[in-house]
Design a protein around this ligand. Structure first.
Ligand code: NCD
Length: 335
């Protein structure tokens, strides 16, 4: 696909060659993402960062990525703080906000709402998460992280074994990651979830049709014993009818250092889109893993900057100008 001027609504827009291109631009962003160099290539451009659902990483990293390219960010957070709470339609909001911005990132609690918004927008829209449906930029940064982590072990994405753990029914990050990974060859997926929260059948079938192996289980220990990646997720409480219902599943799959040592291969990479639920009753990824060199969760969050910078640069067609608008930073940096 040609990224220029495009909306990014679903990972199903991509082919493998698109991902390769995006990842090479993300690699090129490294000195800017690490604040060793500055670029002003998007000087004067405005990002409308519209988050109608809670977010820390996605909102801030999209905003920082745009700032790091030299652009300005205008933000709305929470439906209650926007005119959507006064009955304004997504159509009207999109028509108005797209007159104020050069590009928009939007998160919204309803599936497919971002696509509806994009159809009325006059500027490109990136889906920052639409309900339980998709989270394409997270899947891209997850895959970018997977590639980086396993290439250090002499492996490529093809033939990897990955366990996805937790709320696979409601987790949009795993939906997008599976749909993106279907483009690779001969992967071995283990879906670890309580039966009620298992991966949607449609996604399982899509992977099988693409030639991958998919095992569905509710047993953690045996599932993580032969994998390259253990990708843990949070119970998506906000998608349940009540907190009590979510409580039934919280803490069902806990990974800590002693379980890791006993069951995982020595190089298994641990990932999580974050936030990890660190409350005692959940504690899906224990703090005692923090010193484990294979815990990639914070590298994963850092990589979000590179991948989001690459998306902006490609959609706004400035990739070739990034370096010519750059200089080194003025301040001390140890990055
Ligand atoms: C995820 C999300 O919002 O879907 N977080 C994120 O964007 N990094 C995962 C989650 O909230 O559990």
């Amino acid at each position: 696909m040609n990224f220029i001027g495009q909306h990014i609504l679903s990972v199903q827009q991509f082919e493998r060659a698109d991902i390769d291109r995006l990842f090479s631009v993300a690699d090129m962003m490294e000195p800017y993402a690490r604040r060793q160099r500055l670029t002003k290539v998007l000087d004067g451009a405005i990002l409308g960062n519209m988050f109608f659902e809670p977010s820390t990483r996605t909102r801030v990293s999209f905003g920082c990525a745009f700032n790091l390219l030299g652009g300005e960010v205008r933000e709305t957070t929470g439906i209650q703080n926007s005119a959507l709470a006064k009955g304004e339609s997504l159509y009207d909001t999109a028509r108005v906000l797209s007159g104020y911005s050069d590009i928009i990132v939007m998160r919204h609690p309803e599936a497919f709402s971002v696509a509806e918004f994009a159809s009325a927008s006059r500027v490109p829209v990136i889906n920052g998460g639409d309900g339980a449906n998709e989270h394409p930029s997270q899947a891209l940064l997850d895959l970018y992280t997977i590639r980086k982590e396993v290439s250090g072990q002499g492996k490529s994405i093809d033939h990897l074994r990955i366990a996805m753990i937790g709320d696979l029914k409601n987790g949009r990050t795993v939906h997008s990651l599976c749909k993106l990974m279907r483009l690779y060859n001969n992967l071995y997926f283990t879906m670890v979830a309580p039966a009620e929260l298992q991966m949607q059948q449609e996604v399982v079938e899509m992977l099988r049709e693409a030639g991958h192996t998919v095992v569905v289980t509710d047993k953690l220990e045996e599932s993580i014993s032969k994998v390259d990646i253990a990708y843990s997720t949070r119970i998506q409480e906000e998608r349940f009818a009540s907190k009590e219902e979510a409580d039934r599943y919280r803490g069902r799959f806990r990974l800590n250092q002693s379980i890791y040592t006993e069951f995982c291969e020595p190089n298994t990479v641990i990932m999580h889109p974050l936030p990890r639920d660190s409350r005692m009753e959940a504690n899906e990824l224990d703090n005692d893993l923090n010193e484990n060199p294979n815990l990639a969760i914070f590298r994963q969050a850092d990589n979000g900057i590179n991948v989001r910078m690459a998306l902006f640069a490609m959609i706004l067609d400035v990739v070739d100008q990034v370096d010519s608008h750059s200089r080194s930073v003025n301040w001390y940096t140890n990055r």
